[in-house]
Write a protein that binds this ligand. Sequence first.
Ligand code: PMP
Length: 427
Amino acid sequence: MKKSTELFDQAQNYIPGAVNSPVRAFNGVGGTPVFVAKANGAYFTDVDGKKYIDYVASWGPMLHGHNHPAIKEAVVKAAENGLSFGAPTEIELVMAKKVCQLIPSIEQVRMVSSGTEATMSAIRLARGFTGKDKLIKFEGCYHGHADCLLVKAGSGALTLGEPTSPGVPADFAKHTLTAEFNNLDSVKTLLEANSGEVATIIVEPIAGNMNCMPPVDGFLQGLRELCDQHQAVLIFDEVMCGLRVGPGTAQQLYGVTPDLTTLGKIIGGGMPVGAFGGKKEIMQHLAPAGPVYQAGTLSGNPVAMSAGLASLELLSQENFFAPIYDYCEKLVSGLQKLADKHQVPFTTNHIGSMFGLFFTEEKTVTRFSQVVNSNQDAFKQFFHAMLDEGVYLAPSAFETGFISAAHNQETLEKTLQAADKAFASLK
Ligand code: PMP
């Protein structure tokens, strides 16, 4: 028996579903998850010694590839001075300045330990600032597992078929209104029906939790205008796409300025870090400057900050993103050609270092319903065929793929060779 299988079976006894975060269990694709032993660059090796090209990148953070020497060195160096103090440190200031410099809409920033904390806190702040309760989110977008955000959510919640989780009291969920991504009319309708009550609109400016779905022209601009008209706080949840689509963020790419931004993943360089920030006028409402409470024992942890800072410094280097973008283009166009060769109905989305694969007859995918109606069985078969060939794609048809700076010509060629066989096996 494979060691991964053995560990998975044993873990069922001690950990619910054997994993510490649901999609890792392969519920979306069936079969036994791969237990990872170590990772380096674009590859990881499982506990049975098999090597994989990794397109999950720890669900986004590993933009620089695994085990990057500069990040590892920063972590080791920081750890030599102690792991956590619960008192302010200089590196928190350096990190805050770096974030504000990279993302000009962020005038002040607060560090937390996960993306969930970032979005949950940003929403509390938006509610405290506006004195209103309701929020608008989009079906298929995922913003972490805070109660008010587990309504028609994407990612693992969607994969498991529980987009609105049991355990969220109806009294909480009633403040969450859900609109359709890339459909401004659906937002207008909600704002008009709830006039004067909507505190905030939270959106992934590039949706990455219903597979990869960039915004259509005018969508983000329209949200900005609607928030201004209705005195609602616009939150861009850039936990996933932030710092992945260029030196800046989706907001810089599309030229739309939110009031608040949430970050995570890449700003931790692989350590548990999240952040939220934005207009000083709003951020000043946060404790201890203001009355909206938010706190964290390990927030701004010096080891995590060091990893994050090293990650941000690496991505700030000139032309850092150009080869990653180039790889992404070549990967999706290569996959499309192979699908066409094997007459498999298939299309892709991509932006920056994020890509999405859809088994569908549709030529473009811009709506949640199109993702849900794509051929999940074909995806599952393709996923397992790729896995057998040593290519690790996200184990769900509702997740984005990620390119890192460590992917190169060798990984591209190997991936496309694997895909040639995988598409052929679908016939
Ligand atoms: N927001 C977005 C856009 C995310 O993709 C995620 C996680 N995938 C989160 C928030 C939650 O982050 P975390 O898992 O670190 O709590």
